[in-house]
Design a protein around this ligand. Structure first.
Ligand SMILES: [Zn+2]
Length: 546
């Protein structure tokens, strides 16, 4: 996802602990498939739903299945969902729908290792999750906005990243609309003079925030193919020319780059879709949403960068998904960093370094406001924000520093192994660290811990002096960050004997708050540059000790 942030100042670590993910995960069941039949209308915002949920029972004696589904309540001004019936094998079964939970009681002993399908009939006006309202042109539309835990407003689901399932959307909507969703289009039929039925099916499992539905008047263009899969553009008819132009590239190039670098693109098509439901982008699998105002017919850099970011998510976040929101950097940090890698590949190393410098500034600015925030922490979508700009920008920097540390080839190999191992499944940060330790043959836990689990960044005062008598260059380094963390990291300098000559590279390993290093040097340097390759997330204050 790419969006503007509302920053929440977290006051202290005690408060942070209260945010722990208490989602009632149930590893005794695994949802295999959801089939959502939805009826949408122009005369009312009420939707009618029939969800067929196919569940693999992993143990015997499961008495109850819990799904998320928001209740209709007074507090929500009568919005929310009402469940009319739950059936199994065409037989009504007992259920309780309260406190935004749907508890289904199968009523008979169902065997483990078998898959059972429960059918839920429901209706209501979504209070959130499915935006029903006008586009910027005033035209009625229906667009979902599920991230991070809002699918439950209109779809009975396990609304948490840990469960992944295939899906289909069978939507009956007024004839004038086109319907877009995940996967492949199986059917589009006029069923009577006013209504059309559209059936999309995705045969690749994803977490349910990645389910997508867009219903509006659309202009649709087939842009071409990648690996035999269609690339499509869906924009408002009034933005037809501008939108087709804006999305003409670089989708294909991006798909090719990530396929070559990381591994196969697992989804069945790639659609870029204009929507009123997000500001930036939303990486919904195989059908990506872009804020309607981004379409302007100029194919500008901002939109291109969002396209690259959201496509990167098809690998990171979508195909390999964080197990809990604590590890959201596996999605956002990776998508941010892989955007930089594509930019480096396509536009040159300068673009990559410029991107890192911008990201670094964002990190520095963030910590002026909230010095206690770390990339990984106990977070829960039910209790607060699960990401900040640190998840994205510092997350990207962690991968950059890792690549510098273990080498580009090892990094690529580790990424490929990690992707192949967890493709269409969930992963944790520890899973990633393990793969990276294997390829590099290095112990990396300290590296990851200091950058991911601790707040802040390295602040370094460096004083240098030239000792004429002993022909030595002396560096005195002092880590000045407030946080209770001493960084262990390599720091590099370019030392110029003469400005016209190639500099000498000097590298030190930091692991204490203060340190002194001496190197033999024949004369006083004319110039010294700290971190000249932009390899360290550090604010370095370098001066000569006179
Ligand atoms: Zn993102």
């Amino acid at each position: 996802m790419c969006r503007k942030f509302i920053l929440i100042t977290i006051l202290c670590s005690v408060v942070i602990h209260c945010f722990a993910d208490k989602y009632p995960r149930n590893y005794s069941i695994d949802i295999i498939h959801y089939s959502f039949e939805l009826k949408l209308s122009d005369s009312t915002d009420e939707i009618k739903g029939k969800a067929s949920v196919s569940i693999l029972f992993k143990t015997n004696d499961i008495k109850q299945i819990r799904l998320d589904l928001i209740n209709r309540t007074e507090k929500r001004s009568g919005k929310g969902m009402v469940v009319e019936s739950v059936t199994y094998n065409n037989r009504s079964i007992e259920f309780i729908h309260q406190n935004d939970e749907l508890l289904i009681k199968p009523g008979e002993s169902l065997e483990k290792n078998k898959t059972y399908t429960f059918v839920i009939q429901y209706k209501g006006i979504p209070a959130d999750g499915l935006r029903i309202g006008p586009t910027k042109y005033g035209d009625r539309s229906f667009f979902c906005e599920n991230w991070p835990n809002r699918a439950r407003h209109w779809l009975p689901t396990i609304d948490h990243p840990y469960d992944k399932a295939t899906s289909e959307f069978i939507v009956t909507a007024p004839f004038k609309y086109k319907v877009v969703s995940n996967g492949l289009l199986l059917e589009e039929s006029q069923i009577n003079k006013d209504y059309k039925l559209t059936h999309w099916k995705q045969s690749v499992p994803v977490s349910c925030w990645l389910f997508v539905l867009g219903v509006a008047e659309f202009a649709v263009q087939n842009v071409g193919h990648f690996d035999g899969k269609e690339i499509q553009t869906w924009v408002y008819p009034k933005d037809r020319q501008a939108g087709f132009y804006d999305f003409a590239s670089p989708t294909k190039e991006v798909l090719k780059f990530y396929t070559d670098y990381v591994g196969p693109f697992v989804y069945e098509k790639l659609a870029n879709i204009q929507t009123p439901s997000v500001n930036g982008g939303m990486e919904t699998s195989s059908a990506i949403f872009y804020g309607e105002d981004l379409i302007n017919g100029k194919a500008d850099t901002r939109l291109k960068n969002i396209v690259i970011h959201e496509i990167a998510h098809q690998w990171f976040g979508n195909a390999v998904t964080e197990t809990t929101w604590d590890d959201a950097w596996l999605s956002e940090g990776f998508a941010t960093y892989f955007t930089l890698l594509f930019q480096e590949h396509e536009y040159g190393h300068g673009e990559y370094i410029d991107g890192l410098k911008k990201a670094r500034k964002t990190v520095f600015d963030f910590y002026k406001k909230d010095s206690a925030y770390s990339i990984i922490d106990d977070r829960s979508a039910e209790n607060g924000q699960v990401t900040s700009s640190i998840t994205y920008q510092k997350g990207a920097w962690v991968l950059h520093m890792l690549r510098e540390r273990i080498g580009h080839e090892n990094f690529k190999k580790g990424i490929r192994n990690y992707y192949n191992k967890f493709i269409n499944a969930n992963a944790t940060t520890n899973d990633f660290i393990e793969e990276m330790e294997k390829v590099s043959n290095e112990k990396l836990k300290t590296f990851f811990k200091q950058w991911l689990n601790k707040p802040g960044y390295l602040k370094l005062n460096v004083h240098w002096t030239f000792d004429e008598t002993n022909k030595q260059l002396i560096f005195r380094l002092n880590q000045t960050q407030q946080q209770d963390v001493i960084f262990e990291a390599p720091i590099e300098f370019y030392v110029y004997e003469e400005s016209s000559k190639t500099p000498q590279t000097v590298k030190f390993e930091l692991n204490t708050r203060t340190a002194e290093f001496k190197i033999p040097f024949s004369r006083k340097p004319v110039l010294i540059l700290a971190d000249p390759r932009t390899a360290l997330l550090a604010d370095i204050n370098l001066s000569e000790n006179l």
